[in-house]
Structure formats: C-alpha cells, structure tokens
Design a protein around this ligand. Sequence first.
Ligand code: ADP
Length: 294
Amino acid sequence: MKVLNFGSLNLDYTYEVEHIVREGETIAADQVQMNLGGKGFNQSMALARAGISVYHAGLVGEEGIDFYDVCQDSGIKTDYIKTVVGRCGHTVIQVDENGQNSIILFGGANRKNTKEYVDEVLANFTSGDVILLQNEISEVPYIIEQAFKKGMTIVFNPSPYDERIDECDLGKVSTLIVNETEGQQLTGMTTPSTIVAAMEASFPNAKIVLTLGEKGSIYHLGDDELYQPAFAVEAVDTTAAGDTFTGFFVAGLLKQYTVRDALIKASKAAAIAVTKPGAALSIPFMSEVELFEA
Ligand code: ADP
C-alpha cells in the first residue's frame, strides 16, 4: 500500500519588524528567515517523521529547487513533485515585537495544478492506496473524484476553509480532520458536540476528527466517540500544531494503532511542536514522541 500527499509547497519569508507595516509606510526589517513550508509540506514532514514512507505530489516554481533535496533528506519521495514556470507559492510574514503576525499568502505554483498533472500522478496509484489532501492547492475537487474512482482511501484536512470546499464531494472522503474554526465554517455550528453531530449527519461513513487546540481532540465514527485531552506544555509557537497532529494521526491509522493510541501519539507530537518555534522545523520524530512524558 502506497501513501500519497498531494499538497502545497511554500517558501515562507518571515520578517521581524518593530510593528506591522501601516498603509503608505515603509519600514525596515531587523531579520529575515526563509523556511520551507505549506500545509502540504508540513504534513508530509510529519508523516515522514512518524515513520511513514510518503510520496509528495505538488508544483513548485523555479526558485523551489530546495524542496527536492530537503524532501529527499527527510525521507519524502519527490518522484511526483514538478517544477513549473513562474513563482513558487510563498508567504510574506511580518512578526512584530509582541509576537503578533500578519501574512500575505501567494498561491503561485500551488494554484497551477491541471487535470492532466493530477491524472499523471494518480496513474501511479491504485485501489487501497491512501491519499492525504489539504485545501492550499487547485483542483482538489477533481483529485477527490479521481482518487475515489480508483478506490483510494481519502483523508482530507479542508484547511484553510474557503468556499472552494463546497465544490468537493466530501461524501467520498473516509477521514475528515478539521480544527474548531473549520468545523464551525463547515457546519455552521458553534460547539464541539454540535459540530461533530452535524458532520456525522452529513458524512455518516467518515471518520471525523475535530481538534480543539489546547482543549484536545474528538474522534467520531458511528457509535464510537473518543475524547483525547491535549498534553499540557508551555506553548511557544502553535504554528503547525494541526499539521503535526494530522501527520501523526494518519500515521497511527496506517500503522494500525488503536484509535486511542493514534490520538495519543498525534496529541503528544503536536504538544512537542508547540513548544518549539517554526513550522516544519518544530515537528518531532517518532522517537521523541515515544519518550515524551506528560
Ligand atoms: P490547528 O493548528 O489546525 O488550528 P489545533 O489548534 O486544534 O489545530 O491543534 C491541533 C492539536 O494540537 C490539538 O488537538 C492538540 O492536541 C495540540 N495542541 C494545539 N495547541 C496546543 C497547546 N497549546 N498545548 C498542547 N497541545 C496543543
């Protein structure tokens, strides 16, 4: 069985500034850092660090050459990553002295997927293989349709949530992972229990995972409902908590852990990630997760 993550590859440029730039203003940044990121990349990194052999598919622009080496060095297979003309997806992040941020996201190559490229990638996968998706790339509805036709198992993290999710046939998804805000946007409900109930009513055959930040997470399928508290840690930077959780939870299911064990590993991994600055760089290895004591 093969595992494919079809997702975004972003260059994140983070500028440290005294304050977030105002209209008409030019300010100097004290520091700049460039990191590889994107929800797709982060989740492939989490899968790889959880011990899963994952193929990543996605498009980069000409300046995205680093993704090939970094992915390969991290155990992420790059066979289906492709370079296209134009700019990579990227973010311009300003972080002020109080740690507040503002972000410009440019979709770039992530938004250049074509049906031909999707077909080309999926031709390498078959019934029983697993595909993981987020909502930072174009052609997600088509990917879901084609992966389902092939009999692939679809895990979808509809994040960030926007109106394009309405075009996706979520009835074809076998595991849906959302955070509280996305759950609210998806269902119009406001509390964890009503969000889960509404998701179950719409997608009765899907495994539903609702993450609730430091309040933990809920898993629901049929008569099975598990609540998993988060592990108490000193949070430094919660970026990529959800991506870490998703990668480790999916890894747990693939390794046939019990759902409880998968939730525990995912929650521990995410707790470790929030104690470290950065996104992909904060994602722990399984060995670290196994040593983590609450
Ligand atoms: P997202 O990053 O997508 O918004 P959440 O904030 O819900 O997702 O976080 C995902 C998971 O990460 C939570 O279910 C929890 O297990 C863990 N987590 C998030 N924030 C914290 C925190 N401050 N302390 C400990 N664990 C956390």
